[in-house]
Design a protein around this ligand. Structure first.
Ligand SMILES: [Zn+2]
Ligand SMILES: [Zn+2]
Length: 114
């Protein structure tokens, strides 16, 4: 099973392209990462026999995993990791630390500290 940087994510991939959505651990805001095309010679063929289909599925699966890994990295740049609970949160849910030596934490942790 694929491992996401956020607790929730959605795989919107099709046979033509890879697309993932990640959700802020705090408020659920959607973070979309760039769509990656599934570039392949198979796309041009209208009829695929079972051997070609099998080959396509193998390549697709490998490319899908790579695309997901890349999307996770993109999502990490969009989100901030709370230094207290480890949640990946969006800009709106990020509190830039006063007591954390300039670190960041999420709104929930900030509130429970008070
Ligand atoms: Zn958020
Ligand atoms: Zn937190």
């Amino acid at each position: 099973m694929l491992k996401s940087v956020t607790k929730d994510f959605a795989d919107k991939s099709t046979l033509e392209q890879f697309e993932f959505e990640f959700y802020c651990d705090c408020c659920g805001a959607v973070v979309r990462t760039p769509v990656i095309e599934f570039v392949s010679v198979f796309k041009r063929k209208r009829f695929l026999n079972s051997d070609i289909k099998k080959a396509r599925d193998i390549i697709y699966a490998a490319d899908h995993d790579r695309a997901f890994e890349r999307a996770n990295i993109e999502a990490m740049y969009e989100l901030n990791r709370c230094e207290i609970c480890g949640a990946m949160v969006c800009e709106d849910c990020t509190v830039y630390g006063k007591n954390l030596n300039g670190g960041v934490c999420c709104k929930k942790c900030d509130e429970s500290e008070k």
